[in-house]
Design a protein. Structure first.
Length: 290
């Protein structure tokens, strides 16, 4: 059900408010371009700055826009277990197909605490995809802990952004072949898939959805030479979109690929630097997107 190119959608803002029309347009465009699922309200969607009502509404809009064409994985992560449960219940009620959950950040619980937090949200009768991103959370879901979690009926996979490719094999052996592993790093998606991954929850797919979908399709069909060519074409963009704090460079890139798309961010995020914008410009040209 969850595979291929899955954009971690940005959240468009206008005058400090969520721009619902722009979000609907983004959802439609992503599906038309071949994206295989959608992730609203994640890190790239500035989820940490959204109110509970905004979060609920964005998930509703994504589900309505997808209209069954692709699944919706709602970002529901929080370091407050009660809040994570509330957002997951809201996402389920809105019709999301799964919820994406990080281990608690800032609090820095031990492995038992991480397990207790994630098993609590997994008790809500909606599929759960774990999101392991130690660079942001300062906590790491250890392989043994992930194996424990994978035995819970609703925990079906992981978005792995550890940057450690060997984790794919370790988790495959610990959690089983049916456990869905999705890359959380665009630049590592080629190697990730070769080791048993099934796709990527992607930042770059916001900007280049068709190319990212073609890249994932090539790997699924074993056309590794074509996949490598696409990797080389997209690699400068993968790097440029993280040349300053995300999602600033991504919204800047979208304003070129989708003229009129707002670059507005919500504090504490601020616009990307001149150097970052120049890197994005060059990468868009290199990828043939402008």
């Amino acid at each position: 059900m969850f595979f291929g190119s899955i954009p971690a959608l940005v959240t468009p803002f206008s005058g400090g408010k969520v721009d619902e029309e722009a979000f609907r347009d983004l959802v439609d465009w992503q599906i038309e371009e071949g994206s295989n699922a959608l992730v609203p309200c994640g890190t790239t969607g500035e989820g940490a700055t959204l109110s509970t009502n905004e979060h609920r509404r964005l998930v509703e809009l994504a589900v309505e826009g997808a209209h069954g064409r692709v699944p919706v994985i709602a970002g529901c992560g929080s370091n407050n277990t009660a809040h994570a449960i509330e957002m997951t219940k809201n996402a389920k009620d809105a019709g999301a197909d799964a919820a994406l959950h990080v281990p608690p950040y800032y609090n820095r619980p031990n492995q038992d605490g991480i397990y207790a937090h994630l098993s609590a949200v997994a008790d809500l009768d909606i599929p759960i995809i774990l999101y392991n991103v130690p660079s942001r959370t300062i906590t790491d879901i250890a392989v043994d802990t992930m194996a424990r979690l994978s035995r819970l009926p609703n925990v079906i996979g992981v978005k792995d952004a550890t940057g450690i490719l060997s984790r794919v094999s370790a988790q495959r052996l610990a959690c089983g072949e049916e456990f869905i592993q999705l890359s959380g790093n665009d630049d590592m998606a080629l190697g990730f898939s070769a080791m048993g991954g099934r796709g990527c929850i992607s930042v770059t797919a916001n900007v280049a959805p068709k190319l990212c979908a073609q890249f994932q399709e090539a790997m699924r069909e074993g056309r590794w030479g074509e996949a490598l060519d696409l990797q080389d074409r997209l690699f400068p963009l993968h790097a440029a979109l993280f040349s300053d704090a995300s999602p600033g460079p991504t919204k800047y890139a979208l304003s070129h690929v989708r003229p009129g798309f707002s670059t507005e961010l919500r504090l504490p995020m601020t616009p990307p630097s001149i150097a970052s914008c120049a890197a994005v410009d060059a990468a868009l040209v290199s990828a043939g997107l402008i």
